[in-house]
Ligand binder design. Sequence first.
Ligand SMILES: [Zn+2]
Length: 104
Amino acid sequence: MDKAVLPESVNILGTVFQVRVVPLSDGLHGESSQAGRYIAVDESLDECQQLETFYHELVHAILDHGGYDSVLGEDKQEALAQYLGMVLTYVQSFNELPKKGVMP
Ligand SMILES: [Zn+2]
C-alpha cells in the first residue's frame, strides 16, 4: 500500500509540530496534541486517507493553537476539520502549490 508523503514536521506560527505515522488504536485515524506538539496519523490508512487525516488534524492543531477550539466548541470544530481536511486534500491533489519560504 502506498503511503502518503507527509512532512516530518509542520510549523504553525512558530510552533513546530512533529508529524508521526504510527499505529493508532480503537479505529482512530489521527490525533493532534497541542501539549505534545505532534500530529499523528494511523499507518494502516491508505495514501489518500493519510493525507486527508493529516489535514484534518492540522486544522485541529491550528484551531487549538489560536484558542479557537474553546470559541467554536467541539461540534463546530469537528465540522470545520472534516470539511477543511477534505478540501485541503483536494486542493493539494489537483493544484501546483507554492513552495515554502514565501514569507520573509
Ligand atoms: Zn477531528
